[in-house]
Design a binder for this molecule. Structure first.
Ligand code: ADP
Ligand code: GLC
Length: 483
């Protein structure tokens, strides 16, 4: 039996701000249970829902040294869908209204978390063969492990994997302060290890010190080795190419299943799409939009950041609304300028745009289930789960060909009647407009082709089965590796 410990700053159902939570909360359930004991460790945030926290049991507590600081660590335990979760409790660090706040607070919070994860192992009596770290918040785990615990018998055989879900966020801050927070020796803050552009960089630390590095799609693995996609670290990523693997994210097909989804009003499946049509009508009615099956309903469910391509949307949305019989169902929260844009557009076209600024799991599922198309024109996209969820619900994605969007959405080819969505290549508003127009024409004039495409999208298999096997293979290659 191999022991794997996933360390992350979020995991469903306990806490979620984006796709990272979906991945960490689902992938561990898809390993071969006869061979793998996979557990998860995350912070115990005060903002977690009571329904979860009240089921957690305190299993131990101790103090961890963060340089001159001595900080309390409580380890809680709970089980969810057969998986053991450990939760690191400290109200000073995790007492805020959301998981992330100012970067100068977060760098200390996640240095603490990373040290606490390593120190917790003897207390919970779980010696992992692999600690699988996720994103910059856990980047210091491989660093602490090698620099501070490497000679300790208990820790010596543990391997670390570092998964990059987003290169944009690296956890960068002043070297002096990070040295003071972490107690790491000064010599690690050099260009070949933790320093980048004059600052300490947690993501870089993870990439340099982990035994293997993964990212969440094959195309993004290539993108981050280029100056355009590497967010300043493309040289490092190229240097690590021998241990860098692009493994496509999967989707939890039980959680996202239009046949049984508790969040949607009418259930449906590929062989009977009547429920999908009724969801659309219901959505239009509730949102005060014209109820019409002939009007193309386009969904957007997204963090509202520049990553997601909203600058393109801002540029042409008026033209789209004025020239096509379409409606928009928008759900998201993030940067004020984008939130305001959707408010404004809704006030101009209340009969065509329904936008909800906020976070709602229920509304998200309703949009995926009700819409005809889903718009995701990302500037970059490490993998993207929203397009996978859309396809699962028979909603055709319209995406830009980048990262995981390129790996999962095959553009419609009308001559051969193949494809499961629509795509454009250049980050250009008129190219996007053009492809939305093309999708619109297919929807309006060639419903047979549209419906065939729904069938192809719904029969794609983006479940975790294939990708979980790839992680298993990766763990196996680490077994005999002497570092
Ligand atoms: P990212 O992780 O970059 O945000 P992904 O496509 O990988 O993008 O995952 C986004 C996840 O978060 C999906 O499950 C999506 O449905 C969900 N999501 C995003 N914004 C919201 C929101 N406002 N309300 C509910 N779910 C949301
Ligand atoms: C990140 C990426 C997204 C990816 C998700 C899960 O948030 O932006 O593309 O799907 O992580 O890996």
């Amino acid at each position: 039996m191999k022991n794997i410990l996933f360390a992350s700053s979020e995991a469903v159902p306990f806490i979620k701000t984006g796709g990272l939570a979906d991945v960490v909360g689902s992938l561990p359930r898809y390993f071969d249970k006869k061979e793998y004991d996979v557990r998860i460790i995350i912070p115990k945030y005060a903002c977690m829902a009571d329904e979860f926290t009240k089921q957690m049991k305190l299993v131990c507590h101790f103090f961890v040294n963060l340089n001159w600081r001595k900080q309390y660590v409580g380890i809680y335990e709970t089980k969810h869908k057969g998986i053991t979760y450990y939760l690191v409790d400290n109200e000073f660090y995790f007492g805020g209204p959301s998981p992330y706040d100012k970067i100068y607070e977060d760098v200390e919070k996640f240095a603490y978390f990373s040290k606490a994860v390593l120190e917790a192992l003897p207390y919970i009596d779980f010696v992992p063969d692999v600690i699988h770290c996720n994103d910059w918040q856990t980047g210091l785990i491989p660093v602490f492990h090698k620099v501070m615990y490497g000679s300790d018998e208990y820790y010596r055989n543990i391997k670390t994997v570092f998964s990059i879900h987003n290169m944009k966020f690296q956890g960068r801050w002043k070297i002096n302060e990070i040295a003071d927070i972490t107690g790491l020796p000064r010599h690690v803050f050099n260009l070949r290890e933790l320093e980048s552009y004059g600052e300490a960089n947690y993501l870089k630390g993870g990439v340099v010190y982990a035994d293997a590095v993964t990212t969440v799609s094959p195309t993004y693995a290539r993108d981050i080795m280029t100056p355009e996609g590497g967010e300043g670290l493309h040289g490092l990523m190229s240097a690590r190419r021998d241990v860098l693997f692009g493994i496509l994210n999967g989707l939890d097909y039980n959680e996202y299943n239009p046949k049984i989804d508790e969040y949607i009003k009418y259930h449906f499946e590929m062989s009977d799409l009547a429920g999908k049509k009724r969801n659309k009508e219901y959505f239009q009615e509730q949102a005060g939009l014209k109820v019409s099956d002939d009007t193309m309903l386009i969904g957007i469910v997204s963090r509202m950041t520049d990553q997601k391509g909203f600058d393109l949307v801002a540029y042409v949305i008026d033209e789209i609304l004025e020239t096509m019989d379409v409606q928009f169902a928008v759900l998201g929260t993030g940067e004020t300028r984008y939130e305001n844009m959707f408010h404004h557009i809704q006030s101009l076209h209340p009969d065509k745009v329904s936008s909800y600024i906020g976070y709602s799991e229920q509304k998200a599922h309703q949009i995926y289930a009700s819409c005809d198309a889903f718009l995701m024109p990302s500037l970059f996209e490490p993998c993207g789960l929203s397009q996978l969820i859309s396809m699962r619900y028979g909603t055709l994605p319209i995406v830009r060909e980048t990262g995981g969007l390129k790996d999962t959405v095959m553009p419609f080819n009308e001559y051969e009647n193949i494809g499961n969505g629509f795509s454009f290549e250049k980050y250009n508003a008129h190219d996007m407009l053009h492809v939305i127009h093309y999708a619109y024409n297919v929807f309006k004039d060639n419903r047979k082709a549209w419906n065939d495409m729904i069938e192809r999208a719904m029969s794609m298999d983006y479940s975790w089965d294939a990708s979980a096997r790839k992680y298993e293979e990766l763990y196996k290659t680490l077994e005999d590796k002497v570092i």
